[in-house]
Design a protein around this ligand. Structure first.
Ligand code: UDP
Ligand code: MG
Length: 318
């Protein structure tokens, strides 16, 4: 793997982006030329558009751009729309053999592409993954801003490692790209998986701009589903919460039983009340606790099914 003049692949997921692809291609090829001129990257570097099952002219445009400049602009067309996360993964896995490192960036030019200069600097200094972090969330709606804040807080509480305000804008070295191919799980939450790997990483701050043209392609529902995937694929804490809730109820019911029985003994309670209420709380608490115990096993099975690599090799002297 070359740290000094790496072959850089810029992976761009596109879903119905006919209005922006030409402009992104122009800006990105411009940037690549500058980087090549400054000897930051190899002249073999390229841009890789992933057409995520677009129904507009996106692919026609990508194909035209490719014919015009075959060595610089490459593309991949997916049969149907699979969502930005999977489209990104498809791109990363495909460029893996041809590049020393890859940067993923949105097609709509919201991510300031000039930040790639800093990405490469961090890469040169030895980072295997460089995370692009938004400077602010000015371009987001009020609702999105607060939903996102809630999400990060929740992830934090649940003990999921995640970088706040990190978009799908990042540099990934070939080593990390190789590692990603060992993760066979269906729902891959890219924003969390690289942190989970534990490679040496770094952060670069960048400015977010308004979308160049067209409408956002990810609906609120898709964003929520990505967030939910992230939560459930990194944490079994929600399952454990069942155990805690059940145990708490059980303990409380036992304590109150003692109190109620004492009262019954002194004759100051309503007849029949204790014998009805005590079993309700006790059995309720017991049931929830046992559900939690089942949940623990479900959590273990979930972990096994994902079959994540138990370790990732760094260096081997054999
Ligand atoms: N995208 C995709 N597949 C989809 C939805 C979106 O490949 O199903 C791409 C889209 O073309 C863009 C990037 O993912 O390059 C981010 O999407 P968008 O700008 O709509 O999302 P937001 O800026 O709201 O995060
Ligand atoms: Mg966008």
């Amino acid at each position: 793997m070359k740290r000094n003049h790496p072959v850089l692949a810029v992976v761009v997921p596109c879903y119905n982006e006919e209005l922006v692809i030409r402009e992104s291609a122009t800006r990105l090829t411009g940037l690549l030329s500058d980087l090549i001129a400054a000897q930051k990257i190899s002249p073999k570097s390229f841009i890789y558009f992933v057409d995520d099952g677009s129904t507009d002219e996106s692919w026609t445009i990508i194909a035209q751009l490719h014919h015009h400049r075959e060595s610089v602009i490459k593309g991949l067309k997916l049969v149907r729309n699979v969502g930005s996360q999977t489209a990104l993964l498809a791109g990363l896995l495909n460029v893996r053999e041809h590049a020393d490192c890859a940067v993923t960036i949105d097609a709509d030019l919201q991510h300031d592409e000039q930040a790639i200069w800093s990405f490469l600097e961090k890469y040169q200094q030895g980072a295997e993954v460089v995370y692009g972090v938004r400077n602010d969330r000015r371009t987001d709606t009020f609702l999105k801003k607060y939903t996102v804040l809630f999400f990060y807080t929740l992830m934090n509480i649940l003990g999921v490692r995640i970088i706040k305000n990190h978009a799908d804008y990042r540099l990934i070295s070939q080593k990390a790209l190789q590692a990603i191919s060992d993760y066979k799980e269906y729902n891959l939450f890219l924003r969390g998986i690289f942190l989970d790997m534990g490679f040496k990483s770094d952060v670069v701050y960048f400015n977010v701009r308004e979308r160049y043209a067209g409408e956002p392609k990810q609906t609120a529902r898709e964003l929520l589903s990505i967030a939910w995937d992230g939560l459930t694929s990194f944490s079994v804490v929600p399952l454990r919460l069942i155990t805690f809730t059940g145990a708490a109820i059980l303990v409380l019911s036992i304590l109150s039983s003692v109190y109620i029985l004492l009262q019954a003994a002194t004759g100051s309670s309503i007849p029949g009340w204790a014998s009805i209420v005590i079993p309700i709380y006790f059995i309720g608490g017991l049931q929830i606790t046992l559900m939690g115990v089942l949940g623990e096993y479900v959590g273990k099975m979930y972990k096994e099914i994902k079959a994540r690599p138990r370790f990732i090799k760094d260096i081997e002297l054999f």
